[in-house]
Design a protein around this ligand. Structure first.
Ligand code: WQD
Length: 330
């Protein structure tokens, strides 16, 4: 089976490509390198011992993307390509709506034209907004608090309407919680091209001395220690979830939370990171970040029951592998 992976050189995309190649799938990767690097290709080759066709194109560019479908018979698509910085989406909403929505429309039009109606879509727990109940199940209310999350919600709606219009489509929508960590080789990891937005990349910059101190955005939330609680999942577990999702593409529309079901606070992450890596992460408490919520974690039982998905790696593995990626790439 040949899988088209859009955004396949990105953080989650590259780890999923490794998983696919190691399980004897053929892959074709398209990526415009806006938040990834060409060196990821060599590193995927080194990890898997396998090569794959790569196209440096923007998924919004229909003519360029159609050439890929003319060159390769695509059986399934996994769609990672998209902008994902919450803060930037608030400043530049049109950039997010145009890119995230148009890329998905272009991809689906070509999948339809080339009679490949099988899609795994990279969604996000952000579609749940401020949870009313925890843990989150797939049927919890959806409401978003930022343009990035709203693009994901709109795309979920588009894909639902597409399925209703033609039930020959097989669509699996995966709602990620908070991916952190890196492949054990240290060859691929979370390596944003610009200033990171997320907690772990900031911790790594402070631990490596690039930044002097970590700002903890608020310690007055209604949580165990006052800092924000999230469901952190190892990126390799998340990648494995995509492999299992491919088994579900036998017509139908499915939604799954990909999380561990365990919530950890910011201080839990800092303390675990310091302990397993024997490195200090100086921090200071500052005011809350606009749009942040106190707690968010998954009820992962639907993915467990229907996909056979269970996150295997614990917080220590996540913190150790994240730091290993930095050390190996200093
Ligand atoms: C985690 C916790 C912060 C940075 C976002 C997106 C989500 C997904 C993951 C794309 C929060 C705190 C963070 C810092 C801090 N991305 N924090 N200091 O906001 O849960 O989710 O990224 O799919 O869609 O919404 O992740 O890592 O930014 O924050 O105190 O320098 O760490 O307040 O409690 P978030 P995050």
């Amino acid at each position: 089976m040949r899988v088209l992976v859009t955004g396949g050189l990105g953080y989650i995309g590259s780890h999923t490509c490794v998983e696919l190649l190691n399980n004897d799938y053929e892959i074709v990767v398209v990526d415009n390198l806006v938040n990834s690097k060409m060196t990821v290709i060599d590193n995927i080759n080194k990890i898997t011992g396998k090569n794959f066709p790569f196209y440096n194109i923007d998924v919004c560019d229909k003519d360029a993307l159609e050439q890929v479908f003319k060159n390769h018979k695509i059986d399934v698509a996994i769609h990672f390509a998209g902008y994902k910085a919450v803060g930037e989406s608030v400043e530049k909403p049109l950039k997010y709506y145009e890119n995230n929505l148009l890329s998905t429309i272009v991809l689906c039009e070509l999948l339809n034209k080339y009679n490949c109606k099988k899609l795994v879509f990279s969604s996000s727990a952000t579609v749940y907004g401020k949870p009313k109940v925890l843990p989150l199940t797939e049927d919890c209310p959806l409401n978003t608090t930022n343009p990035y999350g709203t693009t994901k919600l709109i795309i979920e709606g588009m894909l639902k309407d597409l399925y209703i219009s033609d039930q020959n489509w097989s669509i699996v929508i995966l709602r990620y919680f908070n991916p952190i960590g890196a492949h054990k080789s240290g060859l691929i990891g979370d390596d944003p091209n610009n200033t990171p937005n997320n907690l772990m990349p900031y911790i790594l910059k402070v631990a490596s001395g690039e930044l002097p101190v970590l700002s903890i955005f608020g310690a007055d939330y209604d949580t165990s220690d006052g800092t924000g609680v999230r469901d952190y999942i190892h990126v390799c577990d998340l990648a494995y979830g995509h492999l299992l999702a491919l088994n579900k593409l036998n017509s139908g529309l499915y939604y799954y939370n990909l999380g561990t079901g365990i919530g950890y606070s910011v201080l839990d992450i800092i303390h675990t990171f310091e302990k397993v890596n024997q490195v200090k992460v100086p921090y200071k408490i500052v005011e809350r970040r606009a749009g942040d919520i106190a707690s968010c974690y998954a009820n992962p039982s639907k993915a467990s029951k229907e996909l056979g998905f269970k996150a295997e790696k614990n917080l220590e593995d996540m913190c150790k592998s994240a730091w290993n990626f930095v050390i190996k790439n200093r």
